[in-house]
Ligand binder design. Structure first.
Ligand code: NAP
Length: 317
């Protein structure tokens, strides 16, 4: 029996598009209805075979769906949840793929007719590309998906969402929304913030000095530019919706940076050497934890959240 008869995907870009391809490849769904605001997005999603139908109205999209996946930027989750409710079957399971969790739970749940059927989720996989054309079938293979059910969430609904992700080849973990946000603040959000800062600083320098900074930017800077090319809307929403955890991690990071600044100023090579040795060991631990690029058939890229466009470069997000 097909696991799902009709799934509605609200937003049909990199994440929901890749989910659609993976589920269709596995024959896991009879019908996918996608929702996007722009006609060009809907037309492209149909052309690429990401869905059977594409509509503009979220309420229309969710009619008759047994599972709804919200895949719009974090700051729009509440708005689309509210807009879809008139068409939503109260027995439908609703999940999302947003990169922050506590704020989305807060924004989405109050609108739903059956809040216990909301299973918040976050696939820790992505690239710096957006839109339907960025989608690819194997994005989630071997990657982690974090589900963040709350106390009242229906365990059967969690099982069904878990089952859906496992069909894509993902490994599913569960934790609280707050814990998710703290973990992702340090593993994903802070690295992005650093990349955005470094690239901004270098771009200003290039402008001011008319120098050859870009021309001679070696590996390190180039890696940062890839991460800093990530979608501005999504990342603005991530920082605004995970404010507390990001500010806490940023505080710690700033202290550590000042310590290094001091070590450099005072010629304290031991401090630098000790830290750089420790971070090498961490790299090995990350590889062992199975979330590193070394398992992929291309050389490792920057140790951050995004990966290049190719399947080989899919990465934690
Ligand atoms: P994306 O490629 O930019 O796709 C977003 C989709 O949502 C587009 O189809 C867009 O089409 C549609 N959309 C945007 N606002 C909408 C609205 N108000 N109503 C209806 N449709 C709307 O984004 P994505 O990278 O797939 O990210 C989607 C979600 O996944 C985000 O919450 C993000 O935090 C999360 N996530 C992203 C990554 C990543 O690496 N990118 C990784 C893990 C999780 P229109 O513009 O035509 O409406």
């Amino acid at each position: 029996m097909t696991p799902f008869r009709r799934i509605a995907l609200i937003g049909i870009g990199l994440i929901n598009g890749s989910l659609a391809l993976a589920l269709r490849r596995r024959g896991a769904v009879e019908e996918i209805v996608a929702c996007a605001r722009r006609e060009e997005t809907r037309a492209r999603a149909l052309e690429l075979g990401l869905c059977h139908r594409a509509v503009a109205d979220p309420a229309h999209a969710v009619e008759g769906a047994e599972l709804v996946v919200l895949g719009v930027p974090p700051g729009s989750m509440g708005t689309v949840a509210k807009a879809m409710v008139p068409g939503l079957d109260p027995r439908a399971i609703v999940t999302d793929v947003g990169s922050v969790k506590a704020q989305i739970v807060h924004d989405v749940m109050p609108h739903l007719p059956t809040p216990s059927l909301f299973v918040p989720g976050h696939p820790v996989a992505g690239t710096e590309h957006s839109g339907p054309d960025a989608a690819f079938e194997t994005l989630f293979q071997g990657r982690r998906v974090i589900l963040t059910p709350i106390e009242d969430t229906d365990p059967e609904a969690v099982q069904r969402v878990r089952g859906m992700w496992e069909l894509t080849g993902a490994l599913v973990d569960t934790m609280t929304p707050e814990h998710h946000d703290r973990v992702l603040a340090i593993t994903s959000h802070l690295p992005h913030l650093i990349a955005y800062t470094i690239v901004g600083t270098v771009a200003d320098l290039e402008k001011q000095t008319q120098s050859e900074v870009f021309k001679y930017a070696a590996g390190g800077f180039t890696d940062f530019t890839r991460i800093a090319a990530s979608d501005p809307t999504m990342w603005r929403d991530v920082f605004l919706n995970n404010r507390e955890a990001v500010l806490e991690m940023l505080g710690r990071f700033t202290e550590d940076l000042v310590r290094l600044q001091r070590a450099i100023r005072w010629g304290d090579g031991d401090t630098l050497f000790e830290l750089f040795s420790r971070t090498r060991a961490i790299r090995r631990a990350v590889i062992r934890a199975g979330q590193a690029y070394d398992r992929l058939p291309v050389p490792p890229d920057a140790a951050t959240d995004n990966g290049p466009a190719s399947e080989a470069a899919k990465s934690a997000h």
